[in-house]
Design a protein around this ligand. Sequence first.
Ligand code: TYD
Length: 210
Amino acid sequence: MSGIFITLEGGDGAGKSTQAEMLGAWFEERGHEVVRTREPGGTRLGSELRRLLLHGGEEIGDVDSRAEALLYAADRAQHVARVVRPALERDAVVVQDRYIDSSLAYQGAGRVLEADDIRRISEWASGGLWPHLTVLLDLDPEAASERRRTRGGTTDRLESEADDFHTAVRESFLALAEADPDRYLVLDATLPPDELNAAILARVAPLVTH
Ligand code: TYD
């Protein structure tokens, strides 16, 4: 596999989509095939899982933490097998919103699951595929919730979690980044989009060999 796999992480409202778009456009201008995708929801099965996980409400009742972790893992297995690996095998650049780190941060934070268990099922689901680079757009949960309010739209199940949940998620992402500085780039999400893009490109350029 000789493609490039880049994931974007951060709390809801940190600006991942904007950065993913700018990054994808940069690669496209250089003649690369770019696959922009996301978890959950990057496949047909994944779209159904995404709808259930984020907007299932009464339809699915009170979802057990292990069941929830396995649904994210099921989405990941299908997505890696059908979208991400095939793209990397044909040398494409995959720019993806959220991946294993989201499971570690969200299912691990404020939930009853062990981080090692989440890591194990995620690694099993993905066949051990890790990104070349993970960009963490770090944002204080209060600022993030303000952004979500201004952005409008509907609130999904995780977005409506209590503030201390979002604080735990943020701390968990920062700890993951600190433990793996070679893979991670941590940026302050309050910087202007152009500055964030420049910082990401500075880190991405050395990954490009052709
Ligand atoms: P999404 O709409 O993709 O992100 P955002 O709200 O940042 O625009 O939301 C996906 C939600 O799913 C988000 O709240 C995080 C959560 N999630 C998990 O809990 N575990 C996971 O493994 C993944 C991939 C996402």
